[in-house]
Ligand binder design. Structure first.
Ligand SMILES: Nc1ncnc2c1ncn2[C@@H]1O[C@H](COP(=O)(O)OP(=O)(O)O)[C@@H](O)[C@H]1O
Ligand SMILES: [Mg+2]
Length: 347
């Protein structure tokens, strides 16, 4: 039996990897709606639509038309663009079910400053941070840390991020980004090592999860901060304490975790993980990696949404050996063992 789902923002990395994971599992027909022309052409949905909107009533109406036309059983938004908050807020108006966190939880997680506040209040490990309200905020942080990290409190892929040791550069950056209105935060600058938790929750219960470590950002020279949001090589990991920390963070911020929720960590110089972000409502772009490695989260997510929990046991970080996923623009992704990946250069 093939089941049809509608995916909004199908044609960029998170959507492509979600669709490829569903194709890998089989049994799904995907109808994609893209807003961006290039993403429309890049989409691998079975049926594709290009739709632009300014009036959100029209967005809801259009998505419902597509759901009805294809008798779709489920609706998913693959990326954090303009559409996701509207769909989350108006979730009850769609003619297909969604599998999203509670809207208040969702909005809290979309706001990195409020997320930081909730985690800090619970004594969870976060980088020392402040909301940028004036030059004095920047001066204060730079008097306490040799280097600071500036970023926008909303968005993804390192939005507005920059690291500096200079008060003048920090101030010029906030000027340039029009960021004096409470839309920027400043943090102590952490190191380069990062890790990520991906999980699926059902009414407060963790049903599946997996940890990964990023081995590097692709094209770091293209972004002022070095964060392009395009992960290069990455590997699966198992770290019980890190897993417990991720779960504790989600339970602290969400009243009742539900749907796809991720956690991003950056390590400090002492080697301790600090939480920089909770990623609500959608999966990261590395889902085909995890599917190839042994845990297909998009397929499980859609089946949970349509069929419920059933009796199968929770899948907590099932991939405990380290396998590496290597990819790049025009470079088809490949799964390697660590021995295959870490080769010595010819002398
Ligand atoms: N305080 C910080 N110090 C150093 N690097 C940071 C800091 N905060 C974030 N980063 C880097 O920026 C990346 C993206 O940050 P993240 O919190 O995941 O937000 P988003 O993915 O929405 O841009 C992190 O993976 C990390 O590489
Ligand atoms: Mg992130």
């Amino acid at each position: 039996m093939t089941r049809t789902i509608v995916i909004i923002n199908a044609g960029d990395s998170p959507g492509l990897n979600f669709i490829r994971s569903l194709k890998r599992a089989g049994g799904w027909r995907v109808v994609g709606i893209d807003i961006d022309l290039q993403e429309y052409h890049g989409s691998e949905a079975d049926v594709r639509y290009l739709f632009d909107w300014s009036d959100e009533d029209r967005l809801v109406e259009y998505v419902n038309e597509i759901i009805e036309r294809h008798a779709a059983e489920f609706l998913y938004v693959a990326d954090t663009d303009r559409e996701l908050p509207v769909v989350s807020r108006r979730r009850d108006e769609f003619r297909a079910p969604l599998f999203l966190p509670d809207h208040t939880d969702h909005m809290l997680m979309e706001d990195k400053w409020r997320t930081w506040g909730a985690l800090d209040a619970a004594d969870l490990p976060v980088p020392d941070s402040a909301l940028v309200t004036g030059r004095s905020t920047l001066a204060d942080m730079l008097s306490r840390y040799p280097k600071v990290w500036l970023r926008r409190i909303s968005g993804s892929a390192g939005s507005g991020s920059m690291s500096t040791t200079s008060i003048d550069f920090a101030e010029a950056w906030i000027d340039h980004q029009n960021g004096w209105d409470g839309s920027f935060m400043v943090a102590e600058c952490l190191g380069l090592r990062t890790a990520t938790f991906s999980g699926i929750w059902l009414n407060g219960e963790l049903v599946a999860s997996q940890l990964r470590e990023r081995l590097g950002w692709k094209y770091p020279w293209l972004a002022v901060s070095g964060v392009t949001g395009i992960t290069g090589a990455q590997r699966t990991v198992w770290d019980e304490q890190l897993h417990e920390l991720a779960v504790a963070c989600i339970r602290t911020v969400c009243r009742s975790p539900h749907g796809a929720i991720g956690v991003d960590f950056t390590y400090d110089d002492a080697g301790n993980p600090r939480v920089t972000e909770l990623q609500p409502a959608r999966f990261y772009s590395s889902m085909l990696f995890l599917a190839e490695a042994g845990i297909n989260l998009p397929d499980l997510y859609c089946r949970l949404a349509l069929d419920g929990r059933g009796t199968s046991p929770a899948r907590i970080n099932p991939v405990r050996n380290r396998v590496v996923w290597v990819k790049g623009v025009d470079h088809l992704p490949e799964l390697l063992t660590e021995d295959q990946y870490f080769v010595d250069a010819d002398k």
